[in-house]
Design a protein around this ligand. Structure first.
Ligand SMILES: *[C@@H]1O[C@H](CO)[C@@H](O)[C@H](O)[C@H]1NC(C)=O
Ligand SMILES: *[C@@H]1O[C@H](CO)[C@@H](O)[C@H](O)[C@H]1NC(C)=O
Ligand SMILES: *[C@@H]1O[C@H](CO)[C@@H](O)[C@H](O)[C@H]1NC(C)=O
Length: 352
């Protein structure tokens, strides 16, 4: 698809200035609030004791000032692209950052923590912030906002915010496939159902706290993530069918359950953000999306490095805009940009 043409066409209906703001003209979004894992973590893990970190170069080398921030990318991540596209702000700050200002707070923060999952065991395995605790942090956030602007204004902000939830990749890759505990307890359909239950319960809790527009990401094509190709894709580093199949099963259940949930929760708009099919398409036809490489990361050999293994001693690819993956797990800034452009028109349609 040609994004520029798409934007010209849709600018009849949407603000589409410089191809970034996709909002219908009669609505505005107060804040962007994010939960979940490294896809939306913008630096919370900097403030906790864990091995899952990215606040050192070459992470952040293309961020403002060439500064690592704890984003798992060479620059901006999805949270930032969504915030901009919904007309809120350029960068979403980490809630745990002690220097966030009132304005930062009122326009939204991220509670996400790289390495976490819906399954509480996932956060334990990586010593990161469980989703349940992120929800507690959100309650504290509500209290802080209320103290600043009063109850009425606080309710308005929450009511007009867009919430993003990204989880499940680490549940499958770190918890299910890497350690035996869950594999002994559940097969993939049973574990997927369990994850879906946790996801649904999180959305219900958010709704109780006032959230009305909630976007939940599907699992990506887990078997095509560079490190999984290396670990389980054989000498040719093929996509691992079994992992992709698990992702598809989970995604189907998640989508059905979210649709049903939306029909039961008053005034709610709940969007399933397909993170599987757009990625498969990019991975199979990278050139069609402006990429040269989509089967390995830009950092180091691109085959296994991430977090502390992708560090100042790692060489990086010549031009990270031609890579879909930045490290062996996470998309580049360009990758996030392209994915957000693919998905935003549908998301906006289902949210407003
Ligand atoms: C915005 O406009 C659309 C189309 O005219 C309408 O369906 C929708 O209800 C409006 N939304 C708000 C919040 O006014
Ligand atoms: C909250 O938002 C919904 C639409 O999402 C709207 O129908 C409702 O009137 C809003 N309530 C308040 C108190 O702003
Ligand atoms: C990097 O690649 C992008 C996308 O193909 C291209 O637009 C840009 O000019 C390249 N930058 C350099 C320094 O070669």
């Amino acid at each position: 698809m040609n994004f520029i043409l798409f934007c010209l066409y849709t600018s009849l209906y949407f603000h589409c200035n410089k191809g970034t703001v996709y909002l219908p003209k009669n609505v505005s979004v107060s804040a962007i609030i994010a939960f979940g894992d490294s896809l939306l973590d913008v630096g919370n893990n900097n403030y906790i004791k864990t091995m899952t970190k990215s606040n050192f170069l070459p992470y952040g080398k293309d961020f403002v000032g060439g500064k690592p921030t704890g984003r798992f990318s060479n620059g901006k991540t999805l949270a930032d692209f969504f915030a901009k596209a919904l007309g809120v702000k350029e960068y979403v700050p980490a809630y745990l950052n002690p220097f966030i200002t009132d304005k930062d707070l009122l326009t939204g923060v991220s509670f996400a923590s790289g390495g976490t999952g819906y399954d509480p065991l996932t956060a334990t395995l990586s010593s990161v912030i469980p989703v349940k605790i992120q929800l507690e942090m959100f309650k504290q956030y509500i209290w802080r906002v209320k103290r600043k602007v009063g109850e009425e204004a606080m309710k308005n902000i929450i009511n007009n915010s867009v919430f993003f939830v990204s989880s499940s990749s680490n549940d499958f890759l770190v918890t299910y496939y890497s350690v035996p505990i869950r594999r002994l307890q559940y097969d993939i359909p049973a574990y997927s159902n369990k994850l879906v239950k946790w996801a649904i319960s999180l959305v219900q809790d958010l709704h109780k706290l006032g959230a009305r527009k909630i976007v939940v990401f599907s699992a990506p094509p887990l078997g095509c993530i560079p490190i999984e190709r290396t670990l389980a894709g054989g000498s040719e580093r093929k996509c691992v069918d079994e992992y992709n199949k698990a992702a598809r099963f989970f995604n189907k259940k998640l989508k059905e359950n979210l649709q049903f949930l939306e029909s039961t929760l008053p005034q709610s708009k709940i969007a399933f953000s397909d993170f599987y099919n757009p990625l498969i398409s990019i991975i199979e036809n990278p050139r069609q999306y402006g990429f040269e490489v989509a089967n390995q990361g830009c950092c180091g050999t691109g085959k296994f490095e991430m977090s502390y293994l992708c560090n100042e001693l790692s060489t990086t690819c010549q031009n990270d805009s031609t890579f879909f993956f930045w490290d062996s797990l996470h998309p580049t800034e360009k990758g996030c940009d392209i994915y957000s452009k693919i998905i935003l028109p549908d998301l906006v349609k289902s949210l407003f």
